[in-house]
Ligand binder design. Structure first.
Ligand SMILES: Cc1cc2nc3c(=O)[nH]c(=O)nc-3n(C[C@H](O)[C@H](O)[C@H](O)COP(=O)(O)OP(=O)(O)OC[C@H]3O[C@@H](n4cnc5c(N)ncnc54)[C@H](O)[C@@H]3O)c2cc1C
Length: 439
């Protein structure tokens, strides 16, 4: 029996949710329930897995449980980039093959999400506007962008190299030395999309929200003990991402981090004119640990994601959020001096999950148990496709994309704590200093 070490808690609303109409969550599980499949986690990964099983096995029953409401977890708290290609894998044949495989995986995920958003009329500010991967310094352009350009060339992906003037014309600020524009990334309000997916599940899927799983036991069947009930299932899909180690899976291979984001008020007409640039754009930074991810939304807000901090205990305080908010304000003003009066309306944190070599946990985890997690900050696409492929794997369905996914499924073991904690802290401090030019 596994006692779950840390349960997700209400960390306050993300800006993405705060700007949506209210939604009534599905009831929590009360008493006993039984299903062919239990899916633990109602983010992009769990919902994709549940849908896939439901479609392939219409006679089976599937129950999804989440400790929070759908959209309150990381899937609704991120920067809203559905990314379609890998970022710099280090060169060489294996890296090129991995880049090709990742492109196939993420494109399939975007196609799947686009189809569902259209079919179910999910209004999530879906924008096919691509993104810029941008460096603030000449050193950053050399170190991060040049290898990415070679990689994209090697796999035949279209891209545009934008110099300082082109970057400034596209986004309205003179901050970036260079950027690589790729057209395939989609921007969105991720909370609206994941909520919509939760509300559009097939009829043989039951979703229980606000249903934390406190214990997992195996006795012929799998028994999940929740706060107010018990779910017995023949099979279990674990899709809890940063919480996987707290559930006893991916321990020492997956590392939970907290990342923070802020969302401004909508820009006025005057502010839009003062900023200039394209109507919608997104920037992923050459180094995501020291520089912000930024998105200009369809309703003329600006999303600003900055700081990623190792947090194995999966928590952050209100005081920390206040400090981050002040920091975001300062960094935002420095980058967007023409938007001096624009309020940062919302600031929040969320958990993402990294491994040392950027791989994910994916596959069989135990008796009739499969899991996927550790999506390296690209979980909208990698999580979605991992959920779909995990379902295929569990059902024994052949899928040519499984080979691409398995290539990303070897996260190495880290030393035990506190050695990992010390190592990550030293690396973060070094990175902040060495890469300060990217800030
Ligand atoms: C600030 C920020 C910015 C990011 N930006 C991007 C981006 O732009 N693009 C991108 O692709 N990715 C981004 N990410 C990462 C992305 O959000 C994740 O990779 C993605 O949400 C993973 O989806 P998931 O379904 O696997 O996990 P999650 O969305 O974390 O879902 C897991 C669910 O499991 C539930 N759970 C955990 N433990 C239990 C339990 N014991 N009982 C019941 N339920 C439980 C949680 O409540 C949660 O809802 C970002 C993350 C953050 C925090």
């Amino acid at each position: 029996m596994t006692h779950v070490r840390v349960l997700p808690k209400d960390d306050g609303p993300a800006g993405w949710t705060a700007i949506l109409p209210p939604r009534t969550p599905r009831p929590a599980l009360q008493g006993e329930a039984r299903a062919d499949w239990a899916v633990l986690g109602g983010g992009f990964t769990g919902l994709a897995a549940a849908r896939r099983i439901a479609k392939a096995r219409p006679q089976d029953t599937i129950v999804v449980v989440d400790a929070l409401s759908v959209g309150e977890g990381a899937s609704g708290r991120n920067s809203g980039f559905a990314i379609d290609h890998a970022h710099t894998l280090g060169g060489g044949t294996a890296a090129t093959e991995s880049a090709r495989g990742q492109k196939r995986l993420y494109t399939a995920a975007i196609r799947h999400l686009r189809g569902l958003a259209e079919t179910h009329g999910i209004e999530c500010d879906w924008r096919d506007c691509g993104k810029f991967h941008a460096a603030a310094s000449a050193r950053g352009a050399e170190k991060y962008l040049k290898p990415l350009a070679s990689e994209l060339e090697a796999i035949g992906e279209p891209f545009e190299w934008c110099g300082r003037a082109a970057m400034s014309e596209a986004i309205g600020i003179d901050h970036y030395e260079a950027g690589i524009y790729t057209p395939g990334t989609v921007l969105m309000n991720p909370a609206a999309l994941v909520r919509g997916l939760g509300d559009a599940l097939p009829a043989n899927v039951t979703l229980y929200e606000r249903t934390p799983v406190k214990e997992i036991a195996y006795s012929g069947e799998i028994i999940l003990t929740t706060k107010q009930g018990q779910l017995t299932a023949r099979n279990l899909i674990v899709a809890a991402n940063a919480f996987m180690p707290a559930l006893g899976f991916g321990v020492r291979r997956l590392m939970p981090f907290v990342a923070y984001a802020s969302l401004t008020a909508p820009m006025s007409g005057e502010e839009r004119t003062a900023l200039g640039g394209r109507r919608a754009w997104g920037i992923t930074p050459a180094n995501a640990f020291v520089a912000p991810t930024i998105q200009r939304t369809g309703d003329h807000r600006i999303l600003f994601r900055e700081q990623i901090i190792y947090r194995p205990g999966l928590s952050f305080s209100a005081a920390e959020l206040t400090r981050v908010r002040a920091r975001h304000k300062e960094l935002f003003r420095a980058r967007f001096p023409m938007l001096d009066g624009l309020a940062l309306e919302h600031t929040w944190g969320g958990y993402l999950c990294l491994s040392r070599n950027q791989d994910s946990v994916f596959g069989a985890l135990g008796e009739n148990t499969w899991g996927a997690g550790g999506f390296q900050g690209i979980g909208i696409t990698r999580g979605t496709i991992a959920g779909m492929l995990l379902a295929d794997l569990a059902m024994g369905i052949q899928n040519p994309l499984l080979e691409d996914m398995m290539r990303l499924a070897r996260p190495p073991a880290n030393p035990p704590r506190p050695f990992t904690d010390i190592g990550v802290a030293l690396r973060a401090a070094w990175e902040a200093w060495a890469e300060r030019g990217e800030r």
